[in-house]
Design a protein around this ligand. Structure first.
Ligand SMILES: [Zn+2]
Length: 367
């Protein structure tokens, strides 16, 4: 068993010295793979006098050079021949800059496994059957889109009864559209079903549809809301998380503790998921550093800066050390999960990356 297999067998929220060492070994294995197989990564690291064999302690991880996220949008970076890929994930960005990630079969299995482990530990996986309302594209027609993939993955963490995809392909208009009538029917059907409901999607979608139709339902104590994608493009209407959680509990009967947000980036792939308290926990399958936007020096815990992510599960896509244009901080939480939390504080620059979320919000504007 290689080091990454061992890491993904381990509890994502155990932060002992042994666990931390598992991540270090896995990262080293992954970094060495990309150093040997991806010419740009080798040249960059050589130039900056970094070699994966320098990684001997947890602290050494801070010295791994970050590669700017823009480069992955502008170039097709791969560490395997293209024919070996099992899945290409893209976000439906507009304006030509699309986010993507390439996965060979091993890496795809790794990301599925780590997502399952994280959701299991956060108490979100279950063998019970649920009805699903997904505010995203039907994966049958949009299989390579990040959010559709995420939703299909998330619905596999429990048993499934009906799955309703709210954004559907309109053959006449040759584009995706939100089926608002279908959503209202599904919500009513689910409210009277003996099975509990799980809603997946962008918070803005759900908020607007509840307000517009004055929805008041009780989906039951064991129903869940899993949001992702943020309020991008609708930030003028953004409701603070705590208030949003109360609103959803009042209108849909979904308890606050069962409302979980997820942050993920297509290029990075690690899901950062809310605990019961509503804080995004950082698993031991990743490291998050916060850097000064001026000189990229490391900022201490609690201080704001650019987010720099490390991960080790993808052997086909050379993004083990991704420097983003997102601002954030590393914090902590009082809950049982432990470890650090990720606090997001918006994007540097303006509208440079229109992701899936924004594209979907444009759909919402049209309906
Ligand atoms: Zn927590």
């Amino acid at each position: 068993m290689n080091a990454t297999d061992k890491l993904l067998e381990s509890n994502p929220f155990e932060f002992s010295e042994v666990s931390k060492k598992l991540f270090l070994e896995s990262f080293k294995e992954n970094a060495l793979n990309h150093y040997e197989k991806h010419e740009f990564t080798k040249k960059l690291w050589d130039k900056l006098h970094f070699h994966p064999s320098d990684l001997k302690t947890e602290k050494d991880l801070e010295a791994v050079p970050g590669t700017m996220v823009h480069l992955y949008k502008e170039h097709e970076f791969l560490s395997v021949p293209k024919k070996d890929l099992a899945l290409i994930l893209t976000s439906s960005g507009t304006g030509g800059q699309k986010s993507q990630q390439f996965l060979d079969l091993q890496s795809l299995n790794n990301v599925k496994k780590l997502a399952l482990r994280i959701h299991q530990e956060l108490g979100m996986a279950s063998s019970k059957e649920y009805n699903y309302l997904c505010f995203t594209y039907d994966p049958k027609v949009a299989n390579d889109l990040g959010t559709a993939f995420t939703d299909e993955l998330l619905t596999n963490f429990t048993g499934k009864k009906e799955v309703y995809y709210a954004i559907q392909w309109n053959e006449d208009e040759k584009q995706f559209a939100l089926n608002e009538k279908g959503v209202l029917e599904a919500l009513n059907r689910f409210a009277s079903s003996p099975y509990s409901t799980r809603i997946l999607g962008f918070p803005a979608f759900l908020y607007e549809i509840i307000e517009k139709h004055n929805i008041q339902l009780n989906l039951g104590e064991d129903s869940w809301l899993q949001t992702g994608g943020g309020w991008k493009g609708k930030s003028d209407k953004e409701i603070p998380k705590r208030e949003f959680r109360k609103f959803i509990e009042n209108r849909l009967g979904i308890p606050e503790r069962n409302q979980r947000d997820l942050f993920g980036m297509v290029e990075h792939g690690i899901p950062y998921v809310d605990c019961e308290e509503g804080n995004l926990h950082i698993p031991n399958y990743a490291r998050v550093f916060v850097r000064s936007p001026y000189d990229l020096s490391l900022r201490p815990k609690g201080e704001r800066g650019l987010l720099h992510f490390l991960c080790s599960y993808n052997f086909s896509y050379p993004a083990p050390s991704l420097l983003t244009t997102d601002y954030g901080r590393v914090g902590s939480c009082r809950c049982r999960i432990g470890g650090d939390t990720l606090i997001l504080e918006g994007r540097a620059g303006v509208s440079k990356h229109k992701g899936c979320a924004l594209k979907a919000l444009e759909l919402l504007e049209r309906t």
